[in-house]
Design a protein around this ligand. Structure first.
Ligand code: ZN
Length: 267
């Protein structure tokens, strides 16, 4: 029996699957305006999983080995290996949230043949609009993923949200923009209260904690406003989960003994 906290929202488990790594990254590259204390500050790549009464909802789909090779990222495992450690068959997943369409969040769509894909309408407009005439703004996207998303739209498998949205009771979507125009965050009711999967609304804990955006940014003001919104949505600052911080694997315990170093339990 699921416990229902105030507000009658069902309680969910939230997990992070670490599937790739980028070691040669320095602090100066992770803060707009640089950083006085330079040193290594690597990136991890995650696919997030929400487990609850409505089944498993996947947040972002990652990328594959071929894309990792092309972009010089260290590929650790297919995200589906992490899903299997959680007892989830990707073939049966009904709902996938794409927080935005950057290559590291929207590849591997073919792993989920039965899923509907939840996306902000503003993200598709941005990723196919005039801003993509600029190399600097389109660099984070892979045209293959955009085309796959358009294909799903025409198969009736894209659910567009405009601002706020609901995936299932206790799982809501919130457009914050900033990093990309249609960047959205996911708010989930857990046993600790509202947890927010911020994705690239804050790449590291430190971007959000110090109110300094990551330099790959479409709109600085919206990013800063997004930090404020994250604080408003989460029950506590400790329940705001960034998109790329390796500390996710050290701040939180493994989901199971077998999943140590691969899947962390966030709630
Ligand atoms: Zn990202």
């Amino acid at each position: 029996m699921t416990t229902l906290p105030a507000g009658d929202h069902p309680v969910h488990e939230v997990h992070a699957i670490r599937f790739a790594h980028h070691a040669p990254r320095r602090r100066v590259e992770n803060f707009l305006g640089g950083d006085a204390h330079d040193g290594p500050m690597p990136f991890d790549y995650f696919v997030f999983v929400i487990k609850g009464p409505a089944g498993a909802v996947i947040v972002d789909t990652g990328f594959n080995a071929e894309v990792a090779r092309k972009r010089g990222r260290e590929f650790l495992r297919c995200p589906s290996d992490g899903l299997r450690l959680l007892g989830i068959d990707p073939q049966t997943v009904a709902d996938v949230v794409l927080t935005h369409l950057h290559y590291d969040h929207s590849g591997n769509q073919d792993l989920f043949p039965k899923a509907r894909f939840h996306l902000q309408a503003a993200e598709m407009a941005y990723a196919t609009g005039p801003c993509m005439c600029h190399g600097m703004l389109r660099g984070g996207y892979d045209p293959h993923d955009i085309a796959e998303t358009v294909r799903k739209l025409f198969e009736g498998r894209v659910v567009y949200h405009q601002g706020e949205g609901v995936v299932a009771p206790g799982i809501t979507l919130h457009r914050v923009g900033g990093h990309t125009d249609g960047q959205q965050v996911v708010r989930v009711m857990t046993r600790k209260g509202w947890l927010v999967l911020a994705s690239d609304a804050t790449h590291f804990f430190e971007n959000f904690e110090r109110n300094i955006p990551f330099p790959w940014v479409y709109h600085v003001g919206a990013t800063l406003e997004g930090f404020r919104r994250l604080r408003e949505l989460a029950a506590a600052e400790a329940l705001v989960i960034p998109g790329h911080d390796p500390q996710i694997m050290t701040r939180f315990p493994p989901s199971t003994a077998e999943a140590k170093g691969i899947v962390a339990r966030l709630d």
